[in-house]
Design a protein around this ligand. Structure first.
Ligand SMILES: *Cc1c(COP(=O)(O)O)cnc(C)c1O
Length: 353
């Protein structure tokens, strides 16, 4: 830290992304990306003409993308905000509605506490239940803004729209539901944003639409709330989405058939993996996302992570106290998961010797 660095930021602890190593080729199951390429429609649309128009600024309203997201979710374009990854959307969320603080689960997306430090927003964390699930009735008396991911980050555990509606109807503050993983088996609460002016849903094209590298995220909610986010964006980075990402995102939203094929395959492979791991003595959370949290009594989370890495498979060891026995495994292709399971079997049999 230089002597010029702002004092109020001196204790900030930056987010630590999953490894993106370049030393060798790994089977990469550590950052919840899709194992499948973007839709062929995306690839087709990003032609030479598009690349050669990069001399011009992008559309600051990202109309094509906003319209495609609005169409997919059956809302009006004025109810949609887009950002450079949902990380940027979430940053604006904390800055816009954090004056009286935010409340969230003790274990969720690792960026929430970082943004709260970045923007000097108080962040109160509420314990998970013993089974790692979120108990929304614990939030009924919260007076400030609320944020949680559904399915939750790290655990993959899902909360039904009925329970979320009950919370949203009981509190006065903004409730932000981060639906980064909703497409792998959950039901979105976007329809409830028409009924509740304090509900905002965020989403990303990084996971279920195979576009992590394009950096596209969005928020859906009441017009006034979306205006708040646009006010911040136009005060900070008006051209926050580049030309290629606007087109890629719009095409990915439009190609529903390819999207459904990918998310269905991931969900089936997830169930296959859960079953195969439990057959060899693992305990997995009942995840509805594109990853599972798994543990075995034979090895610690850290030992398993290191043994897999040595053998060319990257999973995520989060090291967080409440899930320190676990590793988080992204659902890859079926072939990758079979290779993972075979490798785990050989690690376990070596450990027994
Ligand atoms: C991956 C993830 C994000 C960030 O998504 P990007 O659009 O890639 O920035 C946000 N929230 C949760 C819960 C995530 O898992």
């Amino acid at each position: 830290m230089s002597k010029y660095f702002s004092g109020k930021l001196s204790s900030i602890e930056p987010y630590v992304p999953g490894e993106q190593p370049r030393d060798k080729k790994y089977i990469k199951l550590n950052t919840n990306e899709s194992p499948f390429p973007p839709s062929p429609e995306v690839v087709k649309a990003l032609d030479e003409a598009q690349v050669s128009s990069l001399n011009l600024y992008s559309d600051p309203t990202a109309k094509e993308l906003v319209d495609a997201i609005a169409e997919y979710y059956s809302v009006c374009p004025e109810n949609v905000f887009v950002g450079n990854g949902s990380d940027e959307v979430l940053a604006f969320v904390f800055y816009a509605w954090g004056e009286n603080g935010f409340t969230g689960p003790e274990l969720s997306y690792g960026f929430y506490p970082v943004f709260s430090q970045f923007f000097c927003v108080d962040y109160t964390q509420i314990d998970l239940k013993e089974d790692l699930s979120i108990e929304l009735s614990d939030y009924y008396n919260v007076k400030n803004s609320i944020i949680f991911a559904n399915p939750n980050a790290q655990t993959g555990l899902y909360i039904t729209p009925e329970k979320i509606e009950e919370l949203v109807s009981k509190v006065n503050g903004v409730v932000v539901v981060d639906e980064a993983y909703i497409d792998f088996g959950g039901e979105s609460v976007v329809p409830l944003t028409k009924k509740y002016p304090n509900l905002v849903v965020t989403g990303t094209l990084s996971k279920s639409r195979n576009l992590a590298g394009a950096r596209i995220g969005f928020a859906i909610g009441n017009k006034e709330l979306i205006n708040d986010l646009n006010t911040l964006k136009f005060s900070f980075n008006p051209y926050n989405l580049n030309r290629l990402s606007i087109i890629a995102g719009a095409k990915a939203m439009e190609d529903k058939e390819y999207f459904r094929k990918c998310v269905t395959t991931v969900a089936e492979t997830r169930e296959f993996t859960k079953k195969a791991l439990s057959d060899i003595g693992f305990t997995c959370t009942d995840s509805l996302s594109n990853f599972i949290l798994a543990k075995t009594e034979k090895l610690s989370g850290k030992e398993l992570y290191l043994a897999l890495k040595e053998r060319g498979i990257l999973v995520r060891y989060l090291g967080n106290e409440i899930i320190k026995e676990y590793v988080r495994i992204t659902i890859g292709s079926k072939e990758q998961m079979i290779c993972l399971i075979d490798t785990i079997k050989s690690i376990l049999s070596e450990a027994e010797k």
